[in-house]
Design a protein around this ligand. Structure first.
Ligand code: GLN
Ligand code: ZN
Length: 754
């Protein structure tokens, strides 16, 4: 049995289903509406539908279809299969992912530089790895019964351990367990072989990143030691080793020595831009090459002729996607209201499968596909929708490089004393609970059954209640609560020129959670004010300051699909000046405190150390553009969350905000230890974790405030939760905020007057 590697394949496919069938089944099972058997049967149907669709789209060779199956997350799935975490039943799996009444869930964190989040296995000193291949064997068999020879997909051993976490109290690093986990992989592969499987896919994206857990050389070394043993195993399927999400550096020599039967490399335009010699370097690989030419991370129709020219430099290579298609929506065909010219420019998962097939068969066999791609490239380049001269002229006039708001912080800080804020001012991060009524009103408004005027009335009513609640609680700086925002990025994307939004462009974020990222199609500008009326109204209801609330340029880009025809910094500058106009309009409406949220600043951080400075330079610059012309008396806040600020703490300080609120409760203020010498701004480390419905006590929050005061002088400290409250209920929110205000009072009263 020596099936050849397929000529055309993909690395993975969206798992939630074209109609989010998996999401619905998961949520129905979790809420007890369906039993395990009904859930399994829904998931089974979805898998078979997917295989049939992929075959229709042209993946008709044996092993062309990846069986990248996962109910909740693919890292968790592999961890269960090789016994890196223990669990047998569906409920075990969901307990690990989501926790239950008696046990906390495993941590979840970002998957490389994407918006997908994976479950982090914890490896203890005494960890044993018992292979549990039943699930993957079942997948193979059910596919075979339906007539498909699919390719099982596992996260490879090096990546699995590199992305795992050392269990609390353990002294060994996860990668020290490599030998033991490899035993388990070998046993899984043996059983796949016994079941007649001829190709297995092992994903090793860790090889493209500089990770905190292991540097490039250490990872290459780990790869050697793991795969020497795996490939030496006698009874195994042929190994397809994949390296998505960037370029392999040191690991490439190791791969060449190991010579797995086939190797995938990411040859997307973005990866080649960061590493221009990569195409030539991979051409020398001795394994069968699977060229990841079709970009799995963006939504743009491929320039087939350009890609075909690259392919021709790699004789004999197969064609695939740069990464799994799990990061793009299912199909453009589900979009009924995109502007017609624009719709032709897009390529989602199904369209990308067709591109792979057309690339592999060539222009003579698929002339229509190439002609269509040529048209998309041409009309997009010529369109007035992509190129707006007024916008380009405006950003062309900006100074290059670093921009600096004047006067500097110390002088602004002095000027802002006029705001009359008390010591240890209390505030919240922006959103208040999104009630059932608001959601229902929004849905009715979208359907057209609720008029614009009635919708606005409902939202104003909500703003009024939120202001009254904050007054009652005794908070110092108020917010309007953001009831008008379905999402902090989508809201702005719908109001800015240069974006389009989709109806069905869902992408899995984690578990059953999906987002619908807007798409930046061209130059960005602001036709009119976006937040001013809400801020003005909220401010009219209170004597206290109400914060204006904006989403920053980096976060808007991080949670959108971006352009591939200009560098991201171009869009970032355009957003910077558009939002600067919003700042000016807010000031004119009498708003003196404006928050610019950048929770995603860390998300876009490049995987390679050497690329990070250039990113942080343009990212920080775009934020600074927003605040550049703000009056000295306007207090600019920023907010960041999703922890792990260590690597970017200088950039956070470099944002030069007057006040920075930052997630800190879960790490119990640890991050403050090295913050003091870097930060001159005021700072609000979150003192309660809004990700849980638990109501923190006065005593524990007072303790956190005291902990913060050990590192931050009292005149620079703010009191606030970790993040916005939109996912919480009103009862717990009210109780938590009341305790927060009491904790502040307790600490204040114990301070010795200066
Ligand atoms: N202002 C936003 C909110 O409160 C911030 C959300 C975030 O940081 N993710 O909802
Ligand atoms: Zn946040």
């Amino acid at each position: 049995m020596n099936a050849p590697f397929p000529k055309a394949t993909i690395e993975g496919y969206p798992r939630v289903g074209a109609n989010r069938e998996l999401k619905r089944a998961l949520e129905a099972y979790w809420s007890g509406k369906i039993d395990a058997e009904t859930f399994e049967s829904a998931a089974h149907s979805l898998r078979l539908d997917t295989y049939a669709r992929l075959r229709d789209l042209g993946l008709n060779e044996d092993y062309a279809i990846p069986a990248d199956v996962a109910y909740y997350d693919h890292v968790l799935e592999t961890a269960l299969t090789v016994g890196a975490v223990q669990g047998e039943t569906l409920d075990d799996e969901f307990r690990l992912a989501r926790g239950n009444a008696d046990s906390a869930p495993l941590e979840m964190t970002k998957w490389f530089d994407t918006n997908y989040h994976y479950i982090v296995p914890e490896i203890a000193d005494d960890q044993t790895f018992n292979a549990r291949p039943q699930r993957v064997l079942k997948i193979v068999e059910e596919a075979r019964n339906a007539g498909h020879a699919v390719r099982p997909v596992l996260v490879g051993p090096v990546t699995l351990l590199a992305l795992s976490k050392q269990a609390d109290g353990s002294s060994t690093q996860p990668l020290e367990h490599l030998d033991a986990v490899v035993d388990s992989y070998i046993s899984v592969l043996e059983q796949l072989h016994a079941a007649g499987v001829e190709w297995v896919q092992l994903n090793e994206p860790a090889l493209v990143a500089d990770l905190a857990a292991a540097d490039d050389a250490a990872l290459a070394q780990a790869l050697q030691s793991a795969y020497r043993r795996i490939l030496a195993a006698e009874k195994r399927p042929q190994v397809y080793l994949t390296t998505p999400y960037g370029s392999v550096r040191k690991g490439l020599d190791a791969i060449n020595e190991l010579q797995p039967e086939a190797v995938q490399v990411d040859l997307s335009v973005g990866t080649l831009a960061l590493d221009p010699s990569y195409l030539e370097r991979v051409a020398g690989l001795k394994s069968h090459l699977s060229a990841g030419l079709v970009d799995g991370r963006n939504v743009w129709a491929a320039n087939l002729r350009d890609l075909r020219a690259k392919l021709e430099t790699l004789p004999g290579a197969s064609v695939t996607t740069s990464v799994s298609l799990q990061h793009v929506p299912h199909t453009v065909e589900a979009e009924t209201s995109l502007p017609i010219d624009v719709a032709n420019w897009f390529s989602f998962a199904n369209e990308k499968v067709r591109e792979v097939v057309a690339l592999s068969s060539g222009p003579l066999a698929a002339p229509e596909a190439y002609a269509q791609a040529d048209r998309a490239v041409r009309t997009r380049a010529e369109s007035a929708r992509t190129h707006n001269e007024a916008v380009q002229n405006r950003t062309a006039q900006l100074p290059e490089g670093e921009v600096q708001r004047q006067p500097l912080f110390a002088e602004r800080n002095e000027a802002q004393k006029a705001l009359g804020l008390p010591l240890l001012p209390s505030t919240t991060i922006g959103s208040f609970p999104q009630t059932q009524e608001i959601r229902a009103a929004r849905a009715a408004h979208r359907k057209g059954t609720l008029s614009d005027a009635a919708y606005v009335d409902a939202l104003r009513d909500e703003v009024k209640q939120v202001i009254e609640l904050q007054e009652r609680l005794g908070l110092d700086v108020l917010v309007h609560g953001e009831p008008e925002r379905n999402d902090m990025v989508q809201y702005f994307a719908e109001l800015l020129d240069g974006f389009v939004v989709t109806e069905n462009g869902w992408v899995q974020s984690y578990g059953s959670r999906c987002t619908r990222p807007p798409i930046v199609v061209g130059d960005i500008s602001r036709p009119q004010a976006m937040t001013v009326e809400w801020a003005r109204y909220a401010q009219s209801l209170s004597e206290k300051h109400v914060k204006g609330m904006l989403t920053g340029p980096v976060t808007i880009l991080a949670w959108s699909f971006v352009r591939d025809d200009v560098h991201q910094s171009v869009s970032a500058d355009q957003l910077g000046v558009a939002l600067a106009d919003e700042v000016r309009d807010l000031e004119e409406a009498g708003i003196d405190i404006i928050q610019i949220d950048e929770p995603a600043l860390r998300e876009l951080l490049p995987l390679r150390e050497q690329d990070r400075k250039a990113y942080l330079d343009w990212a920080v610059r775009s934020f600074r553009l927003v605040a550049l012309e703000a009056k000295p008396t306007t207090q600019i806040h920023t907010h960041l969350c999703y922890s792990e600020f260590g690597q970017i703490i200088d950039a956070v300080a470099g944002l030069d905000a007057d006040v920075t609120s930052i997630e800190a409760a879960r790490s119990r203020m640890e991050l403050l230890e090295d913050i003091d010498d870097k930060f001159h701004s005021e700072i609000g480390p979150g003192i309660y974790d809004i990700h849980s419905p638990r109501i923190p006590s006065v005593a524990e929050m007072a303790e956190l405030i005291r902990a913060a005061l050990r590192n931050v002088p009292v005149e620079r400290l703010w009191i606030n939760p970790d993040c916005g409250l939109k996912t919480r209920g009103y009862d717990e929110t009210e109780a938590s905020l009341r305790n927060m205000v009491l904790a502040r009072e307790e600490v204040l009263s114990s301070l010795v007057p200066a």
